[in-house]
Design a binder for this molecule. Structure first.
Ligand code: ROI
Length: 175
């Protein structure tokens, strides 16, 4: 797209908005509140518009069992940010929730995972999209199915089929 500015023709970067899905998780310091607050904070980030929020789901930890149950949810947003600035924004929110990386797969106040960014397939040092654990995690697929039942995930297929194939786990919807 070209704009005429002061007699000069300028080519601008297209600001094409993508639909992205973010996984939210918490199992420390009032997890339900952590996730609700994170929804609100996501919604007011620059260059991000909240499209849909799933309900909250409680499940036992996948990984080390000596930690509290998790609360999970998924948000659908629209954003003009590209992948790395979006990741920076998500990590900024995690830090604001005093997220510390103490041990691998350990408990956390807030985890924000970039699950999908349009149909983009990304494999960089910082980021793999679609999220590599997506198909194995019912606590992600169930809330994703709730807000995007017709979604077809690039390279993986319909979310409904992925959910049907995903191992069962103790996952309950919380009011
Ligand atoms: N387990 C559940 N149930 N929910 C999570 O969000 C979650 N996140 C993690 C690990 C530690 C793998 N386990 C989890 O990062």
């Amino acid at each position: 797209m070209y704009y005429n500015v002061g007699g000069k023709s300028l080519k601008l970067m297209s600001q094409q908005a993508e639909v992205a899905y973010i996984g939210l998780g918490s199992n420390l310091d009032d997890p339900m509140q952590q996730v609700q607050t994170a929804f609100d904070e996501l919604a007011i980030l620059p260059a991000i518009r909240m499209v849909a929020k799933s309900g909250l789901y409680r499940s036992p930890p996948v990984g080390p069992a000596d930690q509290p149950d998790y609360i999970n949810a998924v948000a659908c947003i629209q954003t003009t940010l590209s992948a790395e600035p979006l990741l920076d924004a998500l990590q900024g929110l995690e830090q604001a929730h005093h997220r510390r990386r103490i041990r691998h797969w350990g408990p956390r106040t807030l985890d924000l995972d970039l699950l999908l960014l349009g149909d983009q397939v990304i494999q960089s040092e910082r980021l793999v999209v679609p999220h590599p654990q997506l198909t194995k995690r019912r606590f992600v697929l169930q809330p994703l199915m709730e807000i995007a039942p017709d979604l077809v995930i690039v390279g993986l297929g319909p979310v409904s089929v992925l959910l049907a194939q995903c191992p069962q786990m103790d996952l309950i919807s919380v009011p």
